[in-house]
Structures are given as C-alpha cells and as structure tokens.
Design a protein around this ligand. Structure first.
Ligand SMILES: C[S@@+](CC[C@H](N)C(=O)[O-])C[C@H]1O[C@@H](n2cnc3c(N)ncnc32)[C@H](O)[C@@H]1O
Length: 323
C-alpha cells in the first residue's frame, strides 16, 4: 500500500467502527433521560431528585402561566425557548415536556454541563458560553428565556452585560424570567452570623455568615437601589470576578433591564415560591436604547441648535439680571 499522506488520527477516524443507527433526538414522552450523579445535582442546586425537579416544575409552570398572561402565549406555542445557566438540565428537561428539542436552547459557562446535556438530551441546542456575552444567537432569535438561580450569583458587570445581550436576542414581545436574591438575603446572613456566634458549625451557615465584610453597609447600598455582590466563586470556571452572591433590588432590576428594553410585569418575593424572588419581564416592541433617527441626524441637530441658540441667550441674560 502506498504510504498515506493522512495523519494517524484521521486514519483512526476512518477505521473506527460504524454505529448501528443514528442517535435519535430526545422525546421525553418516550424516553426518560438519565440524571447526573447525586453530588452533581446537589452541587449545582442544593437539591436532588424529587426536590430538585419539584422546584423546576413549579418554575416552568408558573412562568408558562405568566407567558400566557403577559406575553404571546404559552411555551408550547412559542418558537424558541432558552434555559440560561442550565446547569445539569433539570429546567431544560422540564421545558422538554412542552417544547420540542429542536426549539430548546441551553447555555452555560460549564463545558462539562454542555457535554452532559448533549449526551442526556440529544437534539437540544446546548452551548458553552463565556462568562460575559455575546452569544452566537441571532438578534430576536428567542421568544422566552428562563434563568433560575443565575442572576442571583452574577456581579453587576456580568448582570448588566447579560441583560443587554437578552435585549438583543429576545424578540419583541418575548419574555424573560430570572430569579434574584432580595432583602430577605440580609436577614438570612444575619441569622447565620448569630448561629455561628452561638457555636453552629454548619458549613453553609459559616459560608453565609462571612458573605459581606460589612453587612449593614451592604444592606444600606441595597436600600439605595444598588446591586450588592460578594465575590465567592463557585468552583472551576465560575471564578470570583463574576460569580458569587448577588442581591438585586427592584429599582436596580427595573433600571438595568429597562435600559435593555424590558418591563417588569411580575415580582414574586423570595419565600413565596422559591428561596429567591422570581422576576418576570416582557421585551418591548422597540429595541433597547433606540434613539429615533431624526434626533441623531446632522440636519436635525443643526436646525435644533439654530433655533435654541437665541433662546439660550435670552435665558442666560434673564438669569444674570436676577443675580
Ligand atoms: C446555581 S446553578 C443553577 C442551574 C440551573 N439554572 C438550575 O436551576 O438547575 C447556576 C448555573 O449558572 C451557570 N452560570 C454561572 N455564570 C454564568 C454565566 N455568566 N453565563 C452562563 N451561565 C452561567 C453555572 O455554571 C451554573 O450551571
């Protein structure tokens, strides 16, 4: 045989055994996908099996109802649905009870979770993203996006960058559901600090107790409408520069998501449905930060400044008179 000019790796590909049949796209009504090991379930959501899925089902059920009430219809009737920060996929799976795999997108920073989803939920669109956007998704490509316990961990910079990206990828009239830590988080930290002071050796209590160096200052910042972020990291690629504990007040969410083109239509405080607040938003018809063309055209600018100049002079003179 003539000497091959192909690499050994490519020759190994060519000689690999053929599959008996092509993999089929997941249909959860026919196949129940395998779960990851329990420690992975716990690591990502602090719950496993029935408890983890009960939370996922409540989230999908309530947001599906909100989508009917405030949006273009239920998830089953929409085009494309996104599970942002999908983790091991409990919410993605629950979405698959309503939406065909081809219409489901799942994004996460964790490439192992992407591999897990592609393996257990073949046919969905699982992608690894960077901690900050952009994504490869097109403008207005998504009709509904869900992010459970993701924005409750993101720094202000990451939160704001993703809100802007959602403004780009969510279609006009589309909906977004996120969860955030609210004012109750500060009481929880204070409770953990008291428990630790009283000798509680529970790891989680100790972790929470040390969340903010200056708890009263963080709480005051929250009351002023600023996101309070405590960098902790979350293991592996979830580095502390963008991942930790984040409490987001209503004013902050309204301001940041408003600038991205969204309107808050439901706010369910923490403790009602989940340990975090649920925020449901609708994307307006117009794009974010959209300034009408006429306002930026040089012709308009010249006309406006010509008309305003004499007026500005009169105001200035009137003010000088009254000094
Ligand atoms: C607490 S887990 C929640 C997982 C999933 N949403 C659930 O409820 O089952 C947070 C997830 O968000 C992912 N994540 C963190 N930062 C992210 C970012 N900047 N972009 C996308 N995903 C991110 C993490 O890797 C992790 O899978």
């Amino acid at each position: 045989m003539a000497e091959s000019s192909f690499s050994e790796q490519v020759i190994a590909f060519a000689r690999a055994k053929a599959m008996e049949a092509l993999p089929t796209v997941i249909d959860v009504r026919v196949d129940t996908p395998a779960n990851p090991p329990e420690q992975i379930q716990l690591k990502f959501v602090g719950l496993s099996y029935e408890d983890a899925y009960a939370e996922a089902e409540t989230f999908v059920k309530v947001t599906d109802e909100f989508a009917v009430k405030h949006g273009k219809g239920d998830f089953a009737s929409l085009g494309r649905v996104l599970d942002f920060g999908s983790g091991w996929g409990r919410i993605t799976r629950t979405l698959l009870t309503k939406v065909p795999a081809q219409q489901v997108h799942a994004l996460d920073v964790d490439d192992q979770m992407t591999a897990l989803l592609n393996l257990t939920l073949p046919g969905i669109n699982a992608l690894t993203v960077s901690p900050e956007p952009p994504t490869v998704l097109g403008e207005a490509a998504i009709d509904a996006a869900l992010a459970f316990s993701v924005f409750s961990h993101l720094s202000a910079t990451a939160h704001e960058a993703w809100a802007a990206e959602f403004g780009r990828i969510i279609a006009p009239g589309g909906v977004v559901a996120i969860t955030v830590l609210d004012a109750a988080f500060f009481a929880q930290i204070a409770g953990s600090q008291a428990a630790v002071a009283a000798g509680d050796t529970n790891n989680f209590a100790a972790l929470l107790a040390s969340t903010f160096d200056d708890l009263p200052a963080a709480e005051a910042g929250f009351q002023r409408g600023e996101l309070q972020y405590a960098s902790s990291g979350g293991g592996e690629m979830r580095t502390g520069d963008y991942y930790g504990w984040a409490a987001a007040p209503h004013q902050y969410v309204k301001r940041v998501w408003g600038a991205a083109g969204f309107r808050i239509v439901e706010w369910v405080p923490s403790g009602v449905l989940f340990p975090q607040a649920l925020v449901f938003m609708v994307r307006g018809a117009a794009g974010p930060h959209r300034v009408p063309r006429w306002a930026t055209s040089p012709v308009t600018r010249n006309v406006v400044s010509r008309r305003l100049r004499p007026l500005a002079g009169r105001v200035k003179r009137a003010l000088q008179k009254h000094r």
